[in-house]
Design a protein around this ligand. Structure first.
Ligand SMILES: [Zn+2]
Length: 252
């Protein structure tokens, strides 16, 4: 039986038994981990307070061989985001973020870049809750990229020519971006302004992206959202395991 101590973000919790919780966390050391926190729902439990969704914690657990659920032992708050949970739009946005992390990440697989990206996005929401939609677009693009689902946004997937500033590019059902010639008018067009937004996410931290996006029109924001939704929808369709768990967690 091994004891593991690592930084973690609480993504989701479910009540379990009389006084326990099942907690899903994104950990630095081991990726997405599910664990039981015994007694954490008792009144004035510091353990329970640390296990509120979207809290950044120092977490200790015991791991037993061949057990999917680990046993959570200790949790200390590094940063609480409790104040964010009182606003409905923020809460919905964060829950969506947590669900997508859970659905796109194989359990017990450490991913340093993913952990840092999610932590930075949470920090960006904390700094500017009103801009949560912009943070979510940044988050979606990076989640797709880190899990290998973001198509090349610089070159045509067919002829490998770099996309020029004037040519339209097209996203097809196979999740490949093509130039106008290779695309032959198939798929949905990705506007120049959306391309600029996409590239911007690759260069800067979420807070900087949010600041820089304040000048961007509603239409471009909506088109960028449609682009990420199309990609996420297709990925979930191609991966039935992802889709079934995503749908069940989205409605619960
Ligand atoms: Zn091409």
């Amino acid at each position: 039986m091994a004891t593991i101590e690592t930084e973690a973000l609480v993504l989701r919790t479910y009540n379990f038994g009389e006084a326990d919780k099942i907690v899903v966390v994104l950990t630095h050391a081991a990726g997405v981990v599910r664990g039981v926190a015994n007694g954490c729902r008792k009144l004035k439990s510091r353990f329970g307070a640390a296990l509120e969704p979207f809290t950044l914690i120092k977490l200790t657990w015991y791991e037993k061989e061949n057990k999917e659920l680990v046993s959570l032992r200790q949790a200390e708050i590094i940063k609480s985001h409790f104040d964010l949970l009182s606003q409905a739009e923020t809460l919905t946005g964060l829950a969506y973020m947590g669900d997508l992390v859970i659905e796109f990440s194989p359990p017990h697989e450490a991913n340093d870049n993913l952990f840092r990206m999610v932590k930075a996005c949470l920090e960006a929401v904390d700094q500017a809750p009103a801009d949560i939609q912009l943070v979510l677009r940044y988050f979606e693009i990076w989640l797709l990229k880190l899990q290998g689902y973001l198509p090349d946004i610089r070159r045509c997937g067919e002829c490998h020519q770099e996309f020029s500033d004037t040519s339209g590019i097209f996203l097809n059902l196979d999740l490949v971006l093509r130039c106008r010639r290779c695309g032959q008018g198939q798929g949905s067009a990705v506007s120049r302004k959306v391309q600029i937004q996409l590239r911007a996410t690759q260069k800067v931290a979420p807070q900087v992206f949010v600041q820089a996006s304040h000048e961007v029109s509603e239409t471009v924001r909506r088109d960028l959202g449609a682009f990420t939704q199309q990609l996420i929808g297709r990925v979930l369709e191609k991966q039935p395991r992802l889709r079934s768990t995503f749908q069940s967690s989205a409605v619960s």
